[in-house]
Design a protein around this ligand. Structure first.
Ligand code: G6P
Length: 609
């Protein structure tokens, strides 16, 4: 969680740091701060609120200096406030930014208070800066002090420190929270995500777990967890499009919704042929892993969990393989039986979600046959720690509410389903039909996106409501769950999803004119059953918003608004029906005037448990 940026240059760095924070703001945005070495003092500026508040403060009173660190925060320990914002300082001679959680912070705090250190925040992070300072006071240089201090830390951290005593360097360390060095010419940078540094470099060195680095303007040195000097490879990343730009769109979320045809094309590129999937494109290890798979365990969080729930329907129906799906934070803390030859699949946009990563690490000790990550960030921890990775090609997703990451995950999961299906009786004809559906998918999404204006108008009926129910049946049930999650995340309207058949077992009691019901109604074998469920709602005066197949026979009338979705092949229905639900939540949130891209209390990448 939170975002870190650091820079050492021959020019002033505070603008670079602030621009980096802007690009990282999707990770957390309750407060922000910058510290730079300014002659014989550490210049510090911290503000409650978003990065723009900090940027304005710096316009009024600039912080000169060529070595600096900066942070945008999502509160864990201690409420959002200026005191709790990073950087934290010790005796005005050392400044630190930290991502993650220090679990033994209370013990350390007592120890340091006993040594005379005064704490000015409630954060766990402040203990680390005083701890490093205490090491320096006992005679260690900055690097040695950081190395010694982190041995005493329990928990997860990505951190960066600057010191008046050694003004031309930033020392940083990674353990459980990602850090990347940005390599410049005569200047170097660091950040918790390369996106923060794209305005200054396209060459990156990813730190591995346990690495410590010392970054100066001239270069950088890295030591691994056993304190051995190491060389980590340099990656050149050159996206043509700068993802941190909204372009013509009012919000990143809308831009990302409209990018779906393109990013789905990208995710399919090279992976499907004329009438079959091109399994070789999954990587050299894929065949062995898929050959032995007899069961699939999926683990993920949030939106990614919902894609796993859709995949379960596919895997059991198309591939005939038993599949279990669980949220990572639950999976980690219960006893269960590992089936024979079970493939452990993690799904994650960021590849850094703490619970998902911890679940993978646990799974590796439990006897799963292999692990597969479906992920959007190639350099992420999840990808690096899995036996096999299938990348979604969604590009950087900035909106906190996930959209294009979800639909590209579904595409990747369908490819895996077909690959496994081949080994369990899926015929070449059936595969060809599905591949044809995948080929049509980007265009069908384009058609579905033309519903935007109609959905915008319908959303007006919705914006006044405080509660809502989302209904679906079969694989559309997780689609309804994802629709409800989108709505609550960004419009703050309470939304729950139910399998439509379950309505009469409880939630029907809630239905009245103030409780809109959203339903997804493709023209499949469950349509008639769904229609009966909708009758149950209409009979109780409930207002229905139905996204229905053009041939479903569901028309707009008293008590029902029916938005007609193109007829599409059954296998891709969950992907298609996700699109109007994304648009509905977006337009409702815009009408409500919420912060669409950065909804309150949430963060894009949750790297704490
Ligand atoms: C956060 C985000 C969600 C996301 C979830 C899992 O809660 O706000 O949009 O679905 O994390 O993230 P991941 O990166 O693992 O997919």
């Amino acid at each position: 969680m939170c975002g870190i940026v650091g820079a050492v240059a021959k020019r002033e760095v505070s603008d670079i740091l602030v621009e980096g924070l802007r690009r990282l703001e999707y990770r957390g945005y309750d407060s922000a701060g910058v510290a730079v070495i300014d002659g014989d003092q550490v210049g510090l500026c911290k503000r409650l609120g978003k990065v723009e508040v900090l940027a304005k403060a710096l316009e009024q009173s600039a912080l000169p200096g060529c070595t600096g660190i900066a942070h945008t925060r999502w509160a864990t320990h201690g409420q959002p406030s200026e005191e709790n914002a990073h950087p934290h300082t010790s005796h005005d001679r050392l400044a630190l930014v930290h991502n993650g959680i220090i679990e033994n912070h209370e013990k350390l705090r007592q120890q340091l208070q006993g040594m005379g250190y005064h704490f000015s925040s409630q954060t766990d992070s402040e203990t680390v800066v005083h701890l490093i300072d205490s090491k320096m006071q006992s005679g260690l240089d900055l690097l040695a002090a950081v190395k010694s201090a982190i041995k005493e830390l329990e928990g997860a951290f990505g951190l960066a420190v600057i010191s008046l005593a050694e003004p031309e360097k930033v020392v940083c360390a990674r353990s459980g929270s990602p850090l990347v060095i940005g390599v410049g010419i005569g200047e170097n940078f660091l950040a918790s995500d390369q996106l923060a540094l794209r305005q200054v470099t396209d060459r990156f060195v990813y730190l591995e777990e346990g690495d410590i680095a010392c970054v100066t303007a001239e270069g950088y040195l890295i030591w691994d967890e056993s304190d051995q000097p190491v060389i980590r490879s340099t990656l050149s990343i050159s996206d043509k499009v700068d993802a941190a730009d909204k372009g013509e769109y009012r919000h990143f979320m809308l831009k990302e919704i409209f990018e779906q045809p393109t990013v789905i094309r990208n995710t399919l590129a090279g992976r499907i042929g004329k009438d079959k999937i091109l399994e070789q494109a999954f990587g050299a290890e894929a065949k062995l892993i898929l050959d032995k798979t007899e069961h699939v365990q999926i683990v993920a969080c949030g939106t990614s969990y919902h894609s796993g729930l859709v995949a379960r329907y596919w895997l059991e129906e198309i591939a005939g393989i038993p599949c279990s799906v669980e949220v990572a934070s639950e999976f980690r803390y219960r006893k269960f039986v590992v089936p024979k030859n079970s493939l452990f699949v993690t799904i994650s946009q960021s590849g850094e979600t703490a619970d998902t990563l911890a679940a993978l690490r646990l799974a590796k000790t439990l006897g799963y046959a292999s692990s597969l990550a479906i992920c959007n960030v190639a350099q992420s921890s999840l990808v690096r720690e899995s036996d096999l990775a299938l990348m979604t090609e969604a590009g950087t997703e900035i909106g906190v509410a996930s959209t294009k990451a979800f639909t590209t995950q579904l595409v990747a999961l369908l490819l895996v389903t077909i690959a496994l299906g081949r080994r369990h009786g899926l015929t070449a004809n059936a595969e060809a039909t599905m591949v044809e559906a995948l080929q049509q998918l980007p265009e069908l999404i384009e058609q579905t996106l033309t519903l935007d204006e109609t959905i915008k108008q319908s959303s007006e009926h919705f914006a006044e409501k405080n509660h809502s129910l989302f209904l679906g049946r079969g694989a559309q049930y997780p689609v309804a769950m994802e629709g409800a999650l989108k709505l609550k995340e960004i419009s703050y309207i309470h939304a729950e999803a139910y399998p439509a058949g379950e309505l009469k077992h409880g939630p029907l009691a809630l239905v009245d004119a103030d409780m809109p019901i959203v339903a997804v109604a493709p023209n499949n074998e469950l349509l008639e059953k769904l229609k009966s469920n909708l009758e149950e709602v209409a009979a109780r005066g409930g207002e229905l918003f139905v996204f229905a197949d053009v041939d479903s026979g569901l028309q707009t009338g008293p008590g029902i608004i029916s938005i007609q979705v193109p007829s599409v092949p059954a296998v891709i229905e969950p992907i298609i029906y996700t699109i109007p639900l994304q648009l509905l939540s977006y337009h409702v949130a815009v009408l409500k005037g919420t912060d669409v891209d950065q909804p309150r209390n949430l963060a894009k990448s949750v790297t704490v448990e």
